[in-house]
Design a protein around this ligand. Structure first.
Ligand code: HSE
Length: 454
């Protein structure tokens, strides 16, 4: 325990020395925060970055050393802040810091998702803190909220929006009619997106965060590669139009559930663009905001909401970790089970949109193909535009299997269709909206195509 720093200042009474690894969007905000709001307690000694010369800025005092040598950064620190991102070489540098007895605060979700158990064990062995509040939900204290605040409950599920870039893109498309590419470029300019934004768009960033949350909330170590992950890149303006007709909109949702709520039961975990009711909290989030809703056996639902991306909100989480480390504290317990696989598929109502240049071909071909695979449409929505129009089905609860079989049948018939399938997030209000609009009367068969009820 000799390496803990349970004092208001450093181990020797001087301010705690902090080394910053990485000087990107979040790194710059952390440096500003330490230098302005927290200078009496912390001294920023070193900034480490590869190709450090091109990173230097004049607002950092000359007392701060700039280096591209990791050893130099580690030796000058009481606390190491890792903001490099990615599994390696960031993982090697975090291990080196821990092994040298330096507590670490990191925002690195990929690293914690892939190597969290190992790193937490290493930190415990060396008696140093490892904190990762900023790895999920940007400035929202969801890691500590679950780890400490809900420790007394037994959590059984959680769902949330945990990627600010996707939420920004989808809300801009939804409310401002922005094109996907333009909205993504804005998210990059505003500092929300990852260095490679495909990690955001294709769901890998949210998947890593879901794996971190699974460890904290359910105490399970989930294999990231086993979590089904769907891209938002296929969502188009017509999907928002159709979703609105059915009382909803589209957001990237991450979901984790132990069902039935039993420790050994299979886990359902997925990341996907999803249909969400227009009156839901998910639909109400704007721009880079995130939300995580947990459900506990004893405490019921708890909601964490706030700014999930961007330099300053994320820096708040990082600096809060630095303060917690300085106050003393060990890393949390590791997951007790071995690494688990997520179930590949799950039952949900599904929104299924089919577009075809030859609209009537799509409509006529698809209804029988769905019926043959036992799929039941609770509602049918249609739109006809310059591009030939689209038809969307609200399918009764099903796994993806029969849908994929029906699509394979259609491929066999030589159809060239653009298909998007989304899980539907349930709420009583969403069902009511469908019923009152008269577009979803359950008739026990596929509703006739081309007779849009309204
Ligand atoms: N690219 C991430 C996001 C940054 O958009 O949510 C915060 O983790």
């Amino acid at each position: 325990m000799s390496h803990l720093i349970p004092t208001r200042r450093g181990p020797t009474g001087r301010p705690c020395r902090v080394a910053l690894l990485g000087f990107g969007t979040v790194g710059r905000s952390v440096a500003r925060l330490l230098l302005t709001r927290h200078s009496s307690r912390f001294t920023l000694t070193t900034i480490f970055n590869r190709q450090v010369a091109r990173k230097k800025v004049d607002w950092v005092p000359s007392s701060v050393r700039w280096t591209d040598r990791i050893e130099e950064a580690l030796e000058s620190a009481d606390i190491v802040v890792e903001l490099v991102g990615g599994v390696e070489p960031a993982g090697e540098w975090v291990r080196a810091a821990i092994t040298a007895g330096k507590p670490v605060a990191t925002a690195n979700k990929q690293l914690i998702a892939e190597c969290g158990d190992e790193l937490v064990q290493l930190a415990r062995r060396h008696g140093v803190a490892l904190r990762f509040e900023a790895s999920v939900g940007g400035g929202i204290p969801v890691v500590r909220g679950i780890e400490d605040g809900l420790a007394g409950d037994r959590l059984v599920s959680l769902a949330g929006i945990v990627n600010g870039t996707c939420n920004y893109i989808l809300t801009r498309m939804d409310e401002g009619g922005a094109a996907f590419g333009d909205a993504l470029a804005e998210a990059q300019r505003l500092g929300f997106a990852e260095a490679d934004p495909t990690a955001d768009v294709d769901g890998y960033d949210a998947r890593a965060k879901l794996v971190v949350l699974a460890r904290l909330a359910l105490g399970v170590s989930l294999d990231p590669a086993s979590v089904p992950c769907r891209s938002i890149a296929q969502v188009t303006a017509v999907d928002f139009e159709l979703a609105r007709e059915a009382g909803g909109t589209i957001r990237q949702v991450s979901s984790l559930e132990r069902d039935p709520p039993d420790d050994e039961a299979p886990l359902t975990a997925w990341v996907s663009p999803a249909f969400v009711p227009v009156d839901s909290l998910f639909a109400g989030l704007h721009g880079p905001q995130n939300v995580v809703i947990t459900r506990g056996e004893f405490g019921g639902e708890t909601t964490f909401v706030g700014n999930g991306a961007g330099g300053d909100p994320t820096a708040v989480a990082v600096v809060s970790d630095v303060i917690a480390i300085a106050n003393g504290g060990l890393p949390p317990q590791v997951a007790s089970s071995g690494r688990r696989q997520a179930a590949r598929d799950f039952v949900a109502r599904r929104y299924m949109r089919v577009r075809s240049a030859r609209h009537q071909v799509a409509s006529d071909a698809i209804a029988p193909a769905l019926a043959r695979r036992g799929l039941f449409a609770e509602a049918v929505l249609e739109t006809v535009g310059d591009a030939g129009g689209a038809v969307a089905f609200m399918l009764a609860p099903t796994t993806m299997g029969p849908i994929e079989e029906a699509l394979a049948d259609l491929e066999g018939a030589g159809s060239s269709l653009a298909v998007l399938v989304l899980p539907v997030i349930e709420s009583n209000r969403a069902r009511a909206a469908v019923e009152t609009a008269g577009i979803g009367a359950a008739t026990g068969r596929i509703a006739p195509i081309g007779t849009r009820a309204s």
